[in-house]
Design a protein around this ligand. Sequence first.
Ligand SMILES: Nc1ncnc2c1ncn2[C@@H]1O[C@H](COP(=O)(O)OP(=O)(O)OP(=O)(O)O)[C@@H](O)[C@H]1O
Ligand SMILES: [Mg+2]
Length: 326
Amino acid sequence: VILTLTLNAALDITYDVDALVPRSTHRVRHTRQRAGGKGVNVASVLSRLGVPVTASGFLGGRTGVDISADLDARALPQAFFRCAGESRRTVNVVSAGDGDATIFNEPGPVITNGEWSALVDGIPELFVRSRAAVLVLSGSLPPGVPEDAFARLVALARDHGVTSVVDAGGAALRQAVGAHPDVVKPNLAELEASTGQVDAVIGAQELQRWGALDVVVSCGPDGAVVLPRDGGELRARLRKPLAGNPTGAGDAMVAALAAGLDREPAARGEGVSPAPRDGRSGAWDWSTAIRNAVAWSAAAVLQPLAGDVDPDDVTRLAAEVELEQR
Ligand SMILES: Nc1ncnc2c1ncn2[C@@H]1O[C@H](COP(=O)(O)OP(=O)(O)OP(=O)(O)O)[C@@H](O)[C@H]1O
Ligand SMILES: [Mg+2]
């Protein structure tokens, strides 16, 4: 089972207007709302593809209740920790004419020291209760959560035999890799924000020098580059990029990586300890893992909402992924 942790979960609200014009009043044609945040999107993709998952993180206030209700309505198993502050909303204003989206992201509730400690103390029990084999850490840290939060949680996961996947950038990623997460998946911008490197391979190698094991850099329409912990380089991409909505494509990629790790924990073996980079990574098959990851993420591009994929698209696209080993 995969456990996703979204420390800053959100209620994603979409307003459909004819055209967004600053300094004018708009008639909203249609309003939709749905539970969101990176880890919730990962859980949503996994659940859509029939992979057992539990969504966790912090929820608070009326908005927290709405997020929880949406997850229930979608039959998505959840185990959130409470916080006193109000969970955040994101507002996405979509213009009907050109489909342009303008997004407003609230910062999220301030998490107190006590709330953060309660989460850290409660996670081991949650690993057991949800029978977690893989922990996915993704999304922004709400105010009040220490910068080394992901590093702390990665270490906790390893202590309990749980494999970890981190999707982050900037300081959160720099901090996390010091704790040796099994897989990190920055996009190119996040990699640059953490390492200062614009080149995927050079940036990934820098993360490995700081302690990262397997590194997957997602490169938008250009697919992804994998630097496995034991050396080599693998690139995967579709022959032709797709037109659509790339928001949430990275989350679908993380979902695929986590699903692969959940299926083959025994083959991977060393997920439970920081393997030496010149070591063996068991029977772990990166070609299959990255083919699936590119297929799932491309399938997400074809869906208008983040957290959605069509299983038929996944199957069809997996056959179209081109691999290049170096
Ligand atoms: N236009 C596209 N056509 C095909 N595949 C795409 C396209 N855009 C993105 N992808 C796929 O999605 C993956 C993730 O995309 P990207 O690097 O943009 O992630 P991200 O910025 O982390 O996304 P997210 O919004 O979920 O955080 C890419 O590695 C690629 O496989
Ligand atoms: Mg991303």
